[in-house]
Design a protein around this ligand. Structure first.
Ligand code: SF4
Length: 327
């Protein structure tokens, strides 16, 4: 636009740092540039179409994008802050059989702006509620497989990390993936965020049954990639494992996990399944999860049990949008 470069930083700060999309409010920018910006650009935040808050404080948003499509985002209270779960696609092509989003199929990729502005939408909502708790941790675990939309996700991560934009440090941002050939390595090399991998089964045939897209990126290849991912000295890859009753929760599965993860620098997150509306899947019971966790711990793994949050508001991925679509 023929303007000095520092002006771009100023506009970035207003939009992403302050969440202000009205160019006329950008007071340190010349009148002339404001007029040019008004002429050529528009800032379109996603609209909060619906917000539901659980008894545990989790709030799930249905956000409407400029083209009328709807995505989900969730904020989960964690002590002195919220962790926000971001979507990267409208729907998802991965087809995981236990996931409501997987059932919807794929509509389109989100742009980097649509991904990052979910954070601004949540911040605006919290300001409106006089809620002082900051959104200070992010997980890319909402609708969609982030690495299938790597070009836009990478740009979004750059906005999220940039000091004159959203300014999150790397250790506050985690990207969760089923695993996508080549893109996982590119993501690891970018060092833009921490890595989480949805494993959910310790052998290829079961994994393929639960996550059909895993057929094209075999478990052996995925594990080999994780063994070689560049990590900071004390950093660990998070292995996500949803506990499905009678399907992947036996001690034999735990034994297989130990075997395949023996050379991966990782910690394991066991997730209580949030049943929602998917027929045929139930969460493993308390004792089974305990035994599974104890076995992995006895083999030297760090294992955490992630609580299922927001069960009363359909907070698992895709559930609220599915209900909205049904209505
Ligand atoms: S679990 Fe994640 S990757 Fe699988 S279908 Fe659902 S949104 Fe897609």
């Amino acid at each position: 636009m023929g303007e000095p470069a520092y002006r771009a930083g100023q506009v970035m700060k207003w939009i992403w740092g302050q969440g202000i999309g009205d160019f006329d409010l950008m007071t340190n920018i010349t009148k002339n540039l404001r007029a040019k910006l008004n002429n050529d650009f528009q800032v379109l935040w996603p609209l909060v179409k619906q917000a539901e808050t659980s008894v545990d404080g989790t709030t799930k948003f249905l956000l409407r994008l400029a083209d009328g499509r709807v995505i989900e985002s969730v904020i989960i209270p964690a002590g002195d802050h919220y962790t926000q779960c971001l979507s990267t696609q409208v729907g998802c092509p991965m087809g995981c059989v236990f996931c409501s989003t997987g059932k919807m199929g794929f509509e389109r990729n989100l742009t980097s702006g649509e991904i990052s502005s979910q954070i601004i939408a949540a911040r605006h909502y919290l300001i409106g509620k006089n809620d002082p708790l900051p959104v200070s941790n992010l997980v890319f675990m909402g609708m969609g497989e982030p690495l299938l939309n790597w070009t836009q996700v990478k740009k979004a991560l750059e906005i999220i990390r940039a000091a004159d934009a959203l300014n999150f440090s790397r250790r506050k941002v985690t990207l969760s993936t089923v695993g996508v050939r080549d893109k996982l390595t590119e993501f690891g090399d970018s060092k833009l965020a921490l890595t989480a991998v949805s494993l959910h089964a310790p052998e290829q045939s079961l994994r393929k049954r639960l996550m059909p897209a895993a057929a094209v990126y075999e478990l052996d290849e995925l594990i080999a990639c994780l063994e070689n991912l560049p990590l900071a000295p004390r950093e660990r890859i998070t292995i996500e494992y949803v506990m499905l009753k009678g399907i992947n929760d036996s001690l034999s599965h735990a034994r297989d996990m130990v075997r395949i993860l023996s050379r991966v620098k990782c910690k394991i997150n066991l997730i209580k399944y949030n049943p929602g509306h998917e027929p045929g899947f139930e969460s493993s019971d308390h004792e089974t999860i305990g035994a599974f966790q104890d076995f992995l711990r006895s083999r030297g793994f760090t294992v955490m049990l992630r609580k299922s949050m927001g069960a009363d508001i359909d907070a698992a991925c895709g559930q609220l949008k599915a209900r909205y679509a049904d209505n």
